[in-house]
Design a protein around this ligand. Structure first.
Ligand SMILES: Cc1cc2nc3c(=O)[nH]c(=O)nc-3n(C[C@H](O)[C@H](O)[C@H](O)COP(=O)(O)O)c2cc1C
Length: 393
C-alpha cells in the first residue's frame, strides 16, 4: 500500500537511531521511496553511509550544501516521519525553531507528520517536554509511542521508541482512507476452548489471523474497534480494545455486553459448536476408554441477529467443500447481513495461513474473491459493508 509514496524521514540524536535502518527497509519493502535528513547529533549514533545504503538515496544533513533543499525536500514528500524524535527536535518544532535542515524542513512541510519520541523517562516526563509534545498533538501531529521498558541508560521506564511495526502501521494509516471513522466495530477472533477438566479441553485450528486482520484494517480506516479474542499467539493491533476470553460461554457474554454499542459486528471467531456436558472439577484419571458427552454451545450469531437495534452483522462460515447453499441459508435463518464463506479444505485458505479464498455473500449478490492476503480480504469486506450501509444496508 506504500507503492510510489514518497516519505521524508528525519533521524535525530537518540540511541534508537540505529533502528531507523529497519524502518527504512520495511517502508521500502512496501514500495515507498525514502529520503533521509540526519541531524548532526544523529551522525554520532549511526553513519550516514549505513542510511544511504538502506535508503538507496543520498543522505541530507547540511542546509547549505544544497540551497533550497529545506523547501524542495518537504515539497516533494507525501509524508514526514521523524524516528527517533529527540526531546530537542520536538521542542524546536513546537517553538518554531529552524536552525538546521531537519527543523527547517519540518516548518516548510504542509502534510501529515508522524513522530516517534525516544528518550530517557525523566526527559519524557518533564513537564516542559510534555507541554511541547501536547502542543504538537493538538496541532494534529501524529505520535507513535514511546513504550515502557528497559531504556538504553539501564533504567526502566517510559521512553523506548515504539516498535518498528507500530511506526509502519502509523504510516499505513496516514495513507489509508478514513471511511470507517465514526463506526464502532466489534470483531471476534480465534478459537474457543471447551474444558473437559481443569487441564484438558477441546478446541479447533483457528489461528485468529482473519479476525485480527479485520480488526487491524478497521482501525487503519478510522474505526473504533473492540476485539473479543480467543487464545491465539498473535499480537493485537495497536490502539484497539481487546477482551480476552477462553470459552464459548465467555465469548457469548462478552459479545452480549458489547454488541448493542456497535454499528458493525463481525463474527470471525471459530466458536466451538460443542462443549462437554459437564466440566470435571479435578483431573480425570488415565483409563483405557473415556466417553465424552457433548452438547451444543450457544449460537452467538443467531442471538445477535435477534437484537432489536442490531448492528450490521457479518458471520464467517468455515466449511469443507462447496457448501455455498448452506452458507446462504445461514444468512437468512440467522437474519444477518453478510456471510463470508471459506472452504478451509482448499490450499492457502482458512486456518493458520496468511491468505484466504472467500465468497462474500450478502442479501443481494455472491462475490467470489481470488486467493488473497487476509489483510486484502478485510479491505474488500469493508468496501462492500460500506457500500451496503451507505445504501441503507
Ligand atoms: C549517548 C546519548 C544518548 C542520547 N539519547 C537521547 C535520546 O534517546 N533522546 C533524546 O531526546 N536525546 C538523547 N540524547 C541527547 C541528544 O543527542 C541531544 O539533545 C542532541 O542535541 C539532539 O540533537 P538533535 O535533536 O538535533 O538530533 C542523547 C545524548 C547522548 C550523548
Amino acid at each position: 500500500m506504500l507503492k510510489d509514496r514518497s516519505i521524508l524521514l528525519g533521524i535525530t540524536g537518540s540511541v534508537a537511531a540505529y533502528k531507523a535502518i529497519e524502518l527504512i527497509k520495511g517502508l521500502r519493502q512496501e514500495g515507498a521511496s525514502i529520503k533521509v535528513i540526519m541531524t548532526e547529533a544523529s551522525k554520532r549514533f549511526i553513519t550516514p553511509l549505513s542510511i544511504e545504503l538502506a535508503s538507496g538515496n543520498s543522505v541530507y544533513n547540511d542546509m547549505f550544501d544544497s540551497p533550497l533543499s529545506h523547501v524542495s525536500l518537504s515539497a516533494d514528500a507525501d509524508l514526514f516521519v521523524v524516528a527517533p524524535a529527540t526531546a530537542n527536535i520536538i521542542g524546536k518544532y513546537a517553538n518554531g525553531i529552524a536552525d538546521d535542515l531537519l527543523s527547517t524542513a519540518l516548518l516548510a512541510f504542509k502534510g501529515t507528520i508522524i513522530m516517534a519520541p525516544a528518550m530517557n523517562w525523566r526527559m519524557y516526563e518533564n513537564p516542559v517536554f510534555q507541554k511541547n509534545l501536547q502542543y504538537l498533538v493538538s496541532l494534529g501531529i501524529k505520535t507513535v509511542g514511546p513504550e515502557r521498558g528497559s531504556l538504553a541508560c539501564g533504567e526502566e521506564g517510559i521512553g523506548r521508541m515504539a516498535d518498528i511495526e507500530k511506526i509502519m502501521e502509523a504510516v499505513r494509516t496516514a495513507f489509508s482512507k478514513q471511511d470507517l471513522a465514526g463506526e464502532n466495530i466489534l470483531v471476534t477472533a480465534g478459537p474457543t476452548r471447551e474444558y473437559i477438566d481443569p487441564i484438558r479441553y477441546i478446541s479447533n485450528r483457528s489461528s485468529g489471523k482473519m479476525g485480527y486482520a479485520i480488526a487491524k484494517i478497521a482501525k487503519r480506516r478510522g474505526a473504533d474497534v473492540t476485539l473479543i479474542s480467543g487464545p491465539v499467539s498473535i499480537k493485537p493491533p495497536e490502539g484497539i480494545e481487546v477482551i480476552n476470553i477462553e470459552t464459548a460461554g465467555e465469548m457469548h457474554a462478552a459479545v452480549m455486553d458489547n454488541v448493542s454499542m456497535s454499528s458493525i459486528f463481525i463474527m470471525a471467531a471459530a466458536v466451538a459448536d460443542f462443549m462437554p456436558s459437564e466440566t470435571k472439577g479435578s483431573k480425570i484419571d488415565k483409563k483405557e476408554r473415556l466417553s465424552l458427552n457433548l452438547v451444543k454451545t450457544v449460537d452467538i450469531l443467531e442471538e445477535a441477529g435477534r437484537f432489536k437495534n442490531k448492528p450490521f452483522i457479518v458471520g464467517f462460515a468455515a466449511e469443507t467443500g462447496q457448501r455455498l447453499d448452506r452458507a446462504r441459508r445461514k444468512l437468512v435463518d440467522k437474519d444477518i447481513d453478510m456471510i463470508v464463506f471459506n472452504d478451509v479444505s482448499k490450499a492457502g485458505s482458512g486456518f493458520d495461513v496468511d491468505t484466504n479464498e472467500v465468497v462474500i455473500i450478502d442479501r443481494k449478490v455472491d462475490r467470489r474473491l481470488p486467493l488473497m492476503y487476509k489483510d486484502d480480504v478485510a479491505m474488500v469486506l469493508f468496501d462492500r459493508i460500506k457500500e451496503l450501509k451507505d445504501n441503507g444496508r
